[in-house]
Ligand binder design. Structure first.
Ligand code: PLP
Length: 405
């Protein structure tokens, strides 16, 4: 069976983890701080804070901005549950928007759904392909939208407009108009979960690029404290001789990254552009060449004049099929020894979100993208022979099912 996306665990990663275990320091410490600095350089963000997951990072950002009951947060219907669940945790209401044909949020639909209750927009770079950031950033600065913004906390008052919090769980290394993801919106959150391009088993990072009237060093301190029970000193500085006293300034969270995770991240980041992204691009190119010769395949956009993907998920779509046929095709592919997936089942199809009254029919393009989509394996150790098998198995499954209908 060809797996879908196993992590890249080589001797270098193993050595880095063992090194950390033997160093005497396994929780948040020097390696986490170094990983933050390296991510900051890599993304050109103003400041980076590492946390235990992207979900934790998104929630931390919403809590910092003071999102609460009575507020609305705009998020795509077509994303993983984490992007919307964190809004629910804060007591606010997720307002879903429909997708475009590139799977990303439709800026026009965002615009229509902004109300005086909107506090945050969470765009998601689906499959690693950047959203239309110039348009999204411009939207929240428009005079009439700004005038309609109803600040309820001092952070909201200071920003004076809707916050853009991008869910970049898929898009580390992706480029938009010459700039790396992480430097484009107020706050960007990456995921280092086991299936993501760069993995620390579990992990995440927040990149800050708020306007300069926010002091980013203070912001870092504030969110770092919030990510560790509101404690004024972290474990490492408490270890210094005589430095045992600390205070708790708020009922914060337990969202910190460990040095074991950061050790993996440091190895991966150092070789990310020249190795991981090169390999992933070659897999995308291979699929592109082999599927674009068929008359049924819709190839995902991954390189345009303005945007370069991080090549996270290859989202192949099949023209004109419905959910039932797609599922039959997937079944056949699995039987022939290839693991495939669907990114994503839209949130209005989920029991919980249905129970809140959301309806799939309200997001027709998201549903259309979903029903025609099959995500193919993309991972570092995928061999040329395996890629050939995947192409053959997928073509066979699609053609035998389409032509025998
Ligand atoms: C994986 C994923 C997340 C959550 O990341 P974690 O680090 O597991 O919390 C959020 N959003 C999207 C779109 C994802 O795919």
């Amino acid at each position: 069976m060809i797996p879908f996306s196993p992590p890249r665990i080589d001797q270098k990663i193993i050595d880095a983890v063992v090194d950390t275990l033997q160093s005497g320091w396994i929780t948040t410490g020097p390696k986490t701080k170094l990983f933050e600095q390296n991510l900051c350089e890599y993304t050109s963000a103003k400041k980076v804070l590492c946390v235990s997951s992207a979900s934790a990072g998104l929630e931390l950002a919403l809590r910092w901005f003071g999102v609460q009951e009575g507020d609305e947060v705009i998020v795509p219907a077509y994303t993983y549950a984490a992007s919307a669940n964190v809004i629910i945790h804060c007591g606010a209401k997720p307002v879903f928007v429909d997708s475009g044909k590139d799977l990303n949020v439709l800026v026009e639909d965002i615009k229509q759904k902004i109300t005086s209750k909107t506090k945050v927009i969470i765009p998601v770079d689906i499959a690693g392909f950047p959203c239309d950031y110039d348009e999204i950033n411009a939207l929240v600065k428009q005079q009439e939208i700004r005038a309609n913004f109803n600040a309820r906390t001092k952070e909201q008052e200071k920003l004076g407009r809707i916050l853009i919090l991008s869910d970049a769980a898929h898009s580390l290394g992706a480029i938009y108009k010459g700039k790396k993801i992480g430097s484009l919106t107020d706050i960007t959150v990456f995921s280092f979960h086991a299936v993501k391009n760069l993995t620390t088993a579990e992990g995440g990072a927040l990149c800050f690029n708020l306007p300069d009237f926010f002091n980013h060093d203070d912001l870092y301190k504030q969110l770092n404290t919030k990510s560790l029970h509101g404690q004024t000193k972290d474990a490492l500085s408490k270890m210094q001789i005589g430095n045992w006293q600390y205070d708790i300034v708020e009922a914060g969270y337990k969202f910190n990254m460990t040095d074991i995770q950061a050790a993996m991240g440091l190895v991966e980041l150092e070789r990310y552009d020249r190795d991981m992204l090169v390999k992933r691009k070659s897999i995308f190119d291979f699929y592109n060449i082999h599927f674009s010769s068929t008359d049924w395949a819709i190839i995902p956009e991954y390189e345009t004049e303005e945007k370069t993907s991080s090549y996270h998920v290859f989202t192949l779509r099949i023209k004109g099929i419905n959910e039932e046929i797609r599922n039959q095709i997937m079944q056949q592919i699995f039987q022939d020894g290839v693991s495939v997936n669907v990114h994503f089942i839209p949130l209005p199809k989920m029991t919980y979100y249905k129970s809140l009254g959301y309806k799939m029919g309200d997001y027709p393009q998201a549903f259309n993208n979903y029903e025609q989509l099959i995500s193919l394996p993309v991972f570092y150790d995928l061999s040329e022979k395996q890629m050939q098998k995947i192409v053959e198995v997928v073509k066979n499954a699609v053609e035998s099912i389409l032509f025998n209908r």
